[in-house]
Design a protein around this ligand. Structure first.
Ligand SMILES: C[S@@+](CC[C@H](N)C(=O)[O-])C[C@H]1O[C@@H](n2cnc3c(N)ncnc32)[C@H](O)[C@@H]1O
Length: 271
């Protein structure tokens, strides 16, 4: 079964605008792992659940070809309109049935996406498509952000925690899988050569507008929006207003510091 919670055009355009590009620290960790375990050539990387392509584009300079796959046609359409990445192809389809030959992939990635996959079918498909010594990197970030701006960081983080409580009833079971840092999926990987890094601390500078926009991309927020569009719109508005008030600024372009914790599951297919 596929979860189809990212299908709408509006949701896809929010993704293009507000999703964070994966942190440099995470990209470097993955490329170092691939280098150590497999080494060159780096012919093909496949980014699963690519959404609007933030992670796919980061991979482009490091591989001859990169394929971005997402089950949502709208997400893939948004990804395709970003110019300047001639070695990337996007395709709509499930991570459990990949349009690539056996033993052809150097690196498989999934950024904030593997919790939506059918774990058993995905791992079987990953094993089919990976080259010997090919690697997979499944990562995401915990929802325990902290926000910092001058001396009002704690108050901003409290506003975010309050928002999380409002969205709690709209949380899909798959979000709990992500919050477990993919523990069950990690345990199910049949390769002896695997590791799970539970905390990779990262700091990002983002505007208040982007922070609120990022919250809007969450599947939980979108579920709330479907249930009660007016309440969802006023939650966003009041979150923005309260952030700005606490910070003592008027522009949503004001930057604050977002601290987040990535996790990453890494595995290497045996020879
Ligand atoms: C939370 S988004 C992450 C998107 C992007 N990787 C990012 O980091 O912003 C999850 C994405 O996984 C896709 N997805 C969910 N189930 C999928 C499946 N079985 N196969 C491929 N993509 C899937 C959704 O359509 C959605 O675009």
């Amino acid at each position: 079964m596929s979860f189809r919670l990212f299908e709408e055009k509006h949701h896809a355009s929010l993704y293009q605008k507000y999703r964070l590009s994966p942190a440099r620290e995470v990209k470097e960790l993955i490329l170092k792992y691939l280098e150590e375990k497999k080494g060159p050539p780096h012919e093909l990387a496949v980014d699963l659940g690519c959404g609007t392509g933030q992670n796919t584009r980061l991979l482009a300079p490091h591989f001859q070809k990169v394929l971005g796959i997402d089950v949502s046609e709208c997400q893939v359409e948004e990804a395709r309109v970003v110019p300047g990445f001639t070695n990337i192809t996007y395709s709509a389809g499930p991570a459990e049935e990949l349009p690539v030959p056996d033993g052809s992939v150097d690196l498989l990635t999934a950024a904030s996406a593997a919790h939506w996959f059918d774990g058993k079918r995905f791992l079987k498909e990953a094993d089919r498509v990976l080259k010997p010594r090919g690697c997979m990197a499944l990562f995401g970030y915990a929802d325990n952000f902290t926000l910092n701006y001058g001396s009002c960081g704690d108050r901003l983080s409290n506003i975010y925690e309050e928002l999380k409580r409002t969205l709690q009833p709209y949380t899909s079971t798959q979000v709990a899988v992500s919050n477990s840092k993919l523990q069950d999926l990690y345990e199910a990987i049949p390769y002896p050569d695997k590791e799970r890094i539970e905390v990779i601390p990262v700091k990002e500078e983002v505007t208040v507008g982007n922070t609120v926009g990022l919250l809007e991309t969450y599947s939980t927020f979108q579920a709330f929006h479907r249930a009660d569009p007016q309440a969802a719109a006023s939650l966003l508005e009041s979150t923005m207003t309260t952030f700005l008030k606490e910070m003592g600024v008027s522009s949503p372009d004001t930057k604050l510091e977002l601290r987040l914790e990535y996790f990453c599951v890494l595995a290497c297919k045996p020879q």
